[in-house]
Design a binder for this molecule. Structure first.
Ligand code: UDP
Length: 433
């Protein structure tokens, strides 16, 4: 299950209502709490007195109503010790415990603990917990070569690419261990590959000049862009860019423009389209650029992305979730609106929205490929507001900031990526020199 904070584990304990279960579960919760884990016991009101307090150990107790009468038991019968050895009453007792599913689910929803330690006498609890931990991808969001549908030259090529990883000596990863420790461990221990996490590699660019000129010459003078951003308050501009390949239809661009205007947020929007001769462009609402003067900047062509993302005025990123852009957004410490189009971008979306919880999805349900116009202005407006000024913004922003700092620490001397790169170089020397 997802943790409410990435820095403190929070474990929910849910013991069966019998002293032989309540007592050891309480002790177990104390053991966890004594090691700095946040522990919460879930029980019914009449079982609360069974839990003894230990000085200096803080355990939270959450109660849920026991539906005794609804299950044919006397009022107040909430513990096995009050069912008087009657088989019928025991059956009713179990019936009552099954009715706890909904309130337990509600508690998990409200508190979002890291995991649930449920009594084996609540066999249904595992399925309930799984609802919160599952990251689901629909078939429509998966690449064809994974769906094993008709084999094409491209799907064959991609399969070979994945298989080649398994045959290689090891894998060099543009990521950092702290960003996705569970996946890094899985790769090493379950898939069994040697890996070196040496990223974010974009952090090797130390000055503005280097950060502005990655890949292509920017289509705008970076100083002009920085001057414009310099007039804005911190975290007041949203940056919108869909990577180096994606190209949207005119109707989708029109929806983006309308959504941005309705969001009332300042923006830099990168559009991979040159300006034509006409005064007004068909894909822009009438008078859009005039209305947006000073508020929004349309950047036609290639943006100095890393430089812009790192500016303190930029406080949000609408991204297609290409891995580089995702990691650059993480490194800049900004909340993201995820708008995946194809490839592995739907996986990256889940990482951002459900694992790291530093973004919200705009609502793409299937591969869009290069062109697409499936996302309406309302969804864009809503998502942009959620990362810039919504109720959840502060939480997302502070989690994003922490990740951004972790990213920078990872590549500094002694950091995890710095050490992995050293280890890789040493290992190569051993084999090659
Ligand atoms: N990029 C950029 N300016 C642009 C568009 C993209 O600097 O206008 C950079 C971006 O910073 C990232 C890379 O191009 O490093 C795009 O890679 P990503 O994996 O995000 O997406 P792809 O282009 O492969 O879909």
């Amino acid at each position: 299950m997802a943790s409410e904070s990435r820095h403190q584990l929070h474990v929910f304990f849910f013991p069966f209502m019998a002293h032989g279960h309540l007592i050891p579960t309480m002790d177990m919760a104390k053991l966890f709490a004594a090691r700095g884990v946040k522990a919460t016991l879930v029980t019914t009101p009449r079982n609360v007195p069974s839990f003894s307090k230990t000085r200096g150990i803080n355990i939270d107790i959450q109660t849920i109503k026991f539906p005794a009468v609804e299950a044919g038991l006397p009022e107040g019968c909430e513990n096995i010790d009050s069912i008087e050895n009657s088989i019928e009453m025991f059956d009713n007792f179990l019936k009552a415990t099954k009715m706890l599913q909904q309130p337990l689910e509600q508690l998990l929803q409200d508190f979002q603990p890291s995991c649930l330690v449920a009594d084996v006498f609540f066999p249904w609890a595992t399925d309930i917990a799984a609802k919160f931990g599952e990251i689901k991808l629909t078939r429509m969001q998966l690449p064809n070569f994974i769906k094993h549908e008709v084999e094409t030259d491209l799907s064959k090529f991609l399969k070979e690419a994945v298989e080649s990883v398994l045959k290689s000596y090891g894998v060099v990863v543009n990521s950092f261990y702290e960003l996705e420790p569970a996946y890094a461990e899985h790769y090493k221990k379950v898939i069994g590959r040697k890996t070196w996490h040496i990223g974010p590699v974009s952090l090797c660019n130390k000055n503005d000049e280097d950060r502005a000129r990655r890949g292509k010459e920017p289509s705008i003078d970076e100083h002009e862009c920085l001057r414009w951003l310099g007039t804005k308050k911190p975290n007041s501009v949203v940056y919108i860019c869909f990577g180096s390949i994606a190209n949207f239809s005119d109707s989708q661009l029109m929806e983006i423009a309308m959504g941005l205007e309705a969001s009332e947020q300042q923006f830099i929007w990168v559009v991979k389209k040159g300006k034509n001769e006409k005064e007004e462009e068909d894909w822009l609402p009438k008078g859009f650029e005039k209305r947006m003067e000073g508020k929004g900047l349309i950047l036609r062509g290639w943006a100095p992305q890393v430089l812009l993302l790192d500016h303190e005025a930029v406080g949000g990123f609408v991204t297609h979730c290409g891995w580089n852009s995702t990691l650059e957004g993480v490194t800049a410490g900004v909340p993201m609106v995820t708008w995946p189009l194809s490839a592995e971008q739907f996986y990256n979306e889940k990482l951002v929205t459900q694992v790291l919880k530093v973004g919200v999805d705009v609502g793409v349900r299937r591969w869009i490929r290069v062109k697409g116009d499936s996302i309406k202005r309302d969804a864009i407006e809503k998502a942009v507001k959620r990362i810039m000024v919504g109720e959840e913004t502060d939480g997302m922003r502070s989690r994003a900031k922490v990740l951004g700092e972790m990213a920078k620490r990872a590549v500094e001397e002694g950091g995890s990526s710095y050490s992995d790169l050293n280890a890789l170089i040493e290992e190569l020397k051993l084999h090659c020199l």
